[in-house]
Design a protein around this ligand. Sequence first.
Ligand SMILES: NC(=O)CC[C@H](N)C(=O)O
Length: 388
Amino acid sequence: MTQAILVLEDGRTFRGDSYGATGTTVGEAVFSTGMTGYQETLTDPSYAGQIVAMTAPHIGNTGVNGEDDESRRMWVAGFVVRDPARRPANWRATGSLDDELVAQGVVGISGIDTRALTRHLRDRGAMRAGISTELDQAELLARVTASESMTGADLAPGVSAREAYVVPAVGEKRFTVAALDLGIKTATPRYLAELGVETHVLPATSTAEQLLEAGIDGVFVSNGPGDPAAADYAVAAVRGVLEARRPLFGICFGNQILGRALGLGTYKLRFGHRGLNQPVLDRVSGTVRVTSHNHGFAVDAPLDRPTDTPFGPVEVSHVGLNDQVVEGLRLLDAPAFSVQFHPEAAAGPHDANPLFGRFVDLMAAERERGEAVSPPLTVQDTTGEKGA
Ligand SMILES: NC(=O)CC[C@H](N)C(=O)O
């Protein structure tokens, strides 16, 4: 078996076996505590530039399948596991994870004491790292210390769709939404489609005008990789959408971009939140939901009072119960809200799915309000379906 090494930027070194593609890779070492969902993790564009260590010890048990990809390819910079499955077993499996990692050129390492690695990252913070099957420790460390840091990294345009595309509504179309693709996961337009939303997915650097033109009823701002402080183009676009008072919903990177558009700051968390079991308090309803997370940055906002912004006051609507991190924002006088966690929940849990319904309700309320403010003069309903 080919040997591999994992070297962290502070010199801590782990030796193991090659898993997936051979070669050398560098990225930010982070850990995910999801017990399931490795295929969704590997194909989540938000993980671009990151070497992901899975804390669950057995990875690859169910192989890979043709249904669970969250985007067109795997994006992780590298993959670290303890004990890979020797043989996948699942009725949906189309192949083994090991073969798929090779096919997609993802350099990984197995046989690692992922518990020790996780404790190290938890205590010292996420840091740059490298995996190699060809370099020695000193050579790899030199590569790692010369590599880009996640702080200041602008990665969304690199993962986003190049061309706009449309995901049709399932059944009757009720709303048309533009989604700013900063690294969107396929589950998101799927959830919207189920609620009668036609989603026009637009590239990361689309302008406010383009979003407003395509998103007649609302604008969605997706999750995505990199440092939100580096995505000024998205901040400018979101500001334009807020100025137009078009309903807006953001997830994860989208929450950070909304925060910045409102004038709030963002900062890097020590080791971030990545996993499927993170408790979040919804302060509006008083409920606690167990949610899916993948973020290394967070919005800086006071928890105890709303903050004044050019678009009216914004309050922290959700708080992470492990560490009191801002997990959601809600404008009090404008139709915009966002969450730092993942209601599209791929992989699960599905506690937060109703947030898509909240977006739809917001669009319905704004439509009604618009109609009340300026009633259409001569609109006649010729379809016979409306108001049935
Ligand atoms: N999933 C996401 O959208 C991640 C957002 C951002 N890249 C972060 O790490 O915080």
